[in-house]
Design a protein around this ligand. Structure first.
Ligand code: HEC
Length: 259
């Protein structure tokens, strides 16, 4: 853009290769990040340039957990498309409260997904510091429906061989909403695994759906083994910029008003 292509000629034909960068620059950054940014982003969906790809592609929707936000190759069944076209099963058309996106913008998103939702240039499977980008449900979320699975999205591909041995656990507060006071309950887990379609996503499934308490998911260490990415970078759990430390996130399923 900005190279003087105006001047009343015929409209520019649609690009043959829709790039994620273009979607970021023309849709997400100028329109969606008014709400979808930072810790208060609705449903934990941050659409700023540093987060958007990791939180969209092959990541389940929060509103409709049976459908992916972006299912590569399948625009029709991508929740992102359904939300901007106003045909989602839950909630409002996006952008919320604003005019609908022009058809050319919707077509750009559709074309990118149809092409397999390729990553922006420069993205790779590993990073220098391995860290958590987001969880679904989001940290400190007040959740009403029972939670059948927790998803953790990282900034690099998870080494699946370590998942079974690393210290991953869910604790319940024991009904008082307080942790570390001795009455926590360790929630039995049915399954912890790296997603088959998204190597950056870990899914933790309790034996029974979580409800009626405050819960804490901890990605810690067990007998010295912690999560790492495929490049052997150990998780920077406490976000101090260096490998090591526990990651934990709290999910509140107590009735509103509980201290
Ligand atoms: C004014 C604030 C606001 C703006 C701007 C906005 N959203 Fe949203 N978005 C929300 C809220 C609130 C929800 C949850 C309620 C709902 O879906 O109606 C939501 C939900 C979503 C969801 C569902 C996520 C899930 O996991 O279920 C998607 C996808 C989404 N928005 C995409 C977008 C896109 C793309 C844009 C920009 C074109 C956008 N939103 C602009 C507030 C906003």
């Amino acid at each position: 853009m900005g190279d003087g292509g105006g001047g009343g000629g015929p409209p520019t034909p649609p690009p043959t290769q829709a790039s994620f960068q273009q979607i970021q620059d023309t849709i997400f950054t100028p329109i969606c990040t008014a709400c979808h940014a930072g810790a208060a982003a609705p449903l934990g969906l941050r659409l700023d340039a540093a987060s958007s790809y990791a939180l969209l592609v092959n990541v389940p929707s929060v509103e409709a957990p049976g459908i992916l936000r972006v299912a590569p190759g399948d625009p029709q069944n991508s929740y992102l498309v359904q939300k901007i076209e106003g045909r989602a099963s839950v909630g409002a058309r996006m952008p919320l409260g604003g005019p609908p996106l022009p058809q050319s913008s919707i077509d750009l998103v559709r074309a990118w997904i149809a092409e397999g939702a390729p990553a922006p240039a420069g993205a790779s499977g590993t990073a220098d510091v391995f860290r958590v980008v987001a969880t679904i449900p989001a940290a400190n979320a007040q959740v009403d429906a029972p939670i059948e699975a927790l998803h953790v999205i990282f900034n690099a591909d998870v080494d699946a061989t370590l998942v079974g041995a690393a210290g991953i656990r869910i604790e319940a507060s024991g009904g008082d909403g307080v942790f570390d006071n001795g009455n926590e309950i360790c929630v039995p887990l049915a399954d912890v695994r790296v997603s088959a379609v998204n190597p950056r996503m870990l899914t933790v499934r309790p034996v029974a759906p979580l409800s009626g308490d405050r819960f804490r998911l901890v990605l810690g260490t067990s007998a010295g083994i912690a999560l790492a990415d495929v490049g052997a970078h150990v998780l920077d759990g406490d976000a101090d910029g260096r490998a090591g430390g526990e990651f934990s996130v709290t999910l509140d399923m107590l009735p509103e008003g509980t201290p």
